[in-house]
Design a protein around this ligand. Structure first.
Ligand SMILES: Cc1cc2nc3c(=O)[nH]c(=O)nc-3n(C[C@H](O)[C@H](O)[C@H](O)COP(=O)(O)OP(=O)(O)OC[C@H]3O[C@@H](n4cnc5c(N)ncnc54)[C@H](O)[C@@H]3O)c2cc1C
Length: 412
C-alpha cells in the first residue's frame, strides 16, 4: 500500500529534472545561473557507483562554463593528457594537447561516485533542490504544465509540478519508456564486464596520465580499457560480442584479460569491486524533445564506450538545451530542432561513424598506424578523440566517413 509523504507532496518549480548524473546536474546549474527554480528527483542516494570514468578535454570547457570546473580540479582526480592504443606489438600514444581546437587539451580520470557528487553538490549550492531516493514513476507533460509522480523506497508517492521537464535519467530512460520513444540503436549488441582493482602496476608498464585501450590481437570486436585513478586503483573493463562459450562472467573476464598484455600489466592487481556486467548498452530514441520536455545524455542515446564520449555528449546536450528551456519559460519562440537536436546530432553522428569504423577495424588501423604528417588531419583526429566533434571548421567533423575511408587506405 502506498501513502503520501507531506515533505515531498505537491512541490512546484520552473523546471523538474529526472536524475542528478552529469547531464542533470550541469543542466540544473546552468538553469540556476539564470534564476530558474529547479528540483531534481534522483532515484539513488549519492555517492553511488557509475561507469563512465574517463573524461574528454571538451567536458572541461562545459564544466568551466557552468562554473563547476574548480571543485572538480580541486578534488585530486587523476590528470589525463591522452590515450594509448595497443594491439599485439603495435602501440600508439596520442596526446590530447596536440589537437585542432581551442580549449582544454587535458581532462581527468574520475571515480564517478565522487565526480557526480561534486557536480550535484555544485547544483545544490547554486540553489537547486535535489530529492534523493525518489524514483520518477509517471509523467504528465503539457506545454507549461507538467506533473512528475515519484516514489520513495518505502512506497510513498508524491508529485512535482513544473513548467518544463528535463529527463536526465541515463540508463533509467524514464520518458523514453513512458512515452514509448525508444528505438533500436542500429549498433550491434555488445556486452561489457568491468571492475575496479588496487592495481599495483609497475610504473614502467603504463603512463597513468592516459587511458589504455587494448585491442584483442585476433578479435577486432574485443577491446579493453584500463583507466588509472590517482589513488593507486584503476577501472578495468572489456567489451565483447556475446559468444556461446560456456564460461561464467569471472572466467570470461580473466580469460580475455590473459589473452593480451593487460593480463601482465595487472598481474599483481587485487579486485576491490564485484565484477559488473552490462548487456546491449547502446540505445536511441525517436525524438529528443516534445511538448514540455527534453531528453539529455543517455536518456536519449548512447553509442558505445570506446571513445569515452558519453559524459561529453551528456554535458553538450545540457549546454545546448538550456537556452531553449529559458525561451520556453519566457514564452519566447523556441528553436529546438535548429539550436538543439540538429547540432547535437551532428557531433553524435561523428562519434557514430568513428564507432562503426572502430568495430569494422578501419579506425583501429588508423589510430595505430597513422603516419606522422604536417597536415591538419592528425590534429583533427586528435580533436575528435578529445571530444571536439562539433567544430564546423574541421573537415573531419564535416565529412567523417569520407575522410576515414581515405585514411584507412593509407593505414591498412
Ligand atoms: C561500459 C561503459 C563504459 C563507459 N565508459 C565511459 C567513459 O570512459 N567515459 C565517458 O564519458 N562515458 C562512458 N560511458 C558512458 C557514461 O556512463 C554515460 O554516457 C554517462 O554517465 C551519461 O550521463 P547521464 O547524465 O546522461 O546519465 P547517468 O550518469 O546515468 O545519470 C542518470 C541518473 O538518473 C538517475 N535515475 C535513473 N532512473 C531514475 C528515475 N526513474 N527517477 C529518478 N532518477 C533516476 C540515476 O540514478 C542516475 O543517477 C560508458 C558507458 C558504458 C556502458
Amino acid at each position: 500500500m502506498t501513502s503520501s509523504n507531506p515533505s515531498h507532496s505537491d512541490r512546484e518549480c520552473d523546471v523538474a529534472i529526472i536524475g542528478a548524473g552529469p547531464s542533470g546536474a550541469v543542466a540544473a546549474k546552468l538553469l540556476r545561473d539564470n534564476g530558474v527554480s529547479v528540483i531534481i528527483l534522483e532515484g539513488s542516494e549519492f555517492p553511488r557507483f557509475s561507469i563512465g570514468e574517463s573524461l574528454l578535454p571538451n567536458c572541461l570547457n562545459i564544466l568551466e562554463k557552468a562554473d563547476l570546473l574548480r571543485p572538480v580540479t580541486e578534488a585530486g582526480f587523476q590528470h589525463k593528457n591522452g590515450a594509448t592504443f595497443e594491439r599485439g606489438h603495435e602501440r600508439r600514444h596520442i596526446d590530447f594537447r596536440e589537437n585542432f581546437d581551442e580549449g582544454w587539451g587535458t581532462a581527468f580520470q574520475v571515480q564517478r561516485a565522487e565526480f557526480d557528487k561534486i557536480l550535484a553538490d555544485g547544483a545544490t549550492q547554486s540553489g537547486a533542490e535535489i530529492l534523493y531516493g525518489r524514483f520518477v514513476v509517471d509523467a504528465e507533460l503539457n506545454k507549461g504544465h507538467c506533473v512528475l509522480t515519484h516514489k520513495g523506497k518505502d512506497g510513498d508517492v508524491a508529485t512535482v509540478h513544473s513548467k518544463f521537464v528535463v529527463d536526465a535519467s541515463g540508463y533509467g530512460r524514464v520518458l523514453p519508456r513512458l512515452l514509448d520513444l525508444e528505438t533500436p540503436s542500429g549498433l550491434a549488441n555488445r556486452s561489457s564486464l568491468f571492475t575496479h582493482v588496487k592495481d599495483n602496476i609497475n610504473p614502467d608498464h603504463i603512463d597513468r596520465n592516459k587511458i589504455l585501450i587494448t585491442v584483442h590481437p585476433e578479435r577486432k570486436d574485443v577491446w579493453y580499457w584500463l583507466i588509472p585513478f590517482s589513488n593507486g586503483t584503476s577501472s578495468v573493463g572489456v567489451v565483447y560480442s556475446e559468444t556461446d562459450e560456456k564460461l561464467d562472467d569471472d572466467q570470461l573476464f580473466e580469460r580475455l584479460l590473459g589473452e593480451t598484455r593487460m593480463g601482465e600489466i595487472l598481474g599483481s592487481s587485487e579486485r576491490i569491486r564485484p565484477l559488473n556486467k552490462l548487456n546491449g548498452y547502446s540505445c536511441n530514441v525517436s525524438r529528443l524533445h516534445g511538448s514540455g520536455y527534453v531528453l539529455l545524455g543517455n536518456a536519449a542515446e548512447f553509442l558505445d564506450p570506446v571513445f569515452s564520449s558519453g559524459v561529453t555528449i551528456a554535458l553538450k546536450s545540457a549546454e545546448l538545451a538550456v537556452p531553449q528551456i529559458l525561451k520556453e519559460l519566457a514564452g519566447d519562440p523556441t528553436e529546438w530542432d535548429r539550436e538543439f537536436a540538429i547540432p547535437l546530432k551532428k557531433g553524435v553522428d561523428v562519434f557514430r561513424v568513428f564507432v562503426n569504423s572502430w568495430y569494422e577495424g578501419g579506425l583501429q588501423d588508423i589510430v595505430l598506424r597513422f603516419p606522422e604528417s604536417d597536415s591538419e588531419l592528425p590534429l583533427m583526429m586528435v580533436s575528435i578523440l578529445s571530444g571536439y566533434a562539433w567544430n564546423d571548421k574541421s573537415t573531419l567533423v564535416n565529412h567523417p566517413k569520407r575522410i576515414l575511408r581515405v585514411l584507412e587506405d593509407i593505414c591498412v
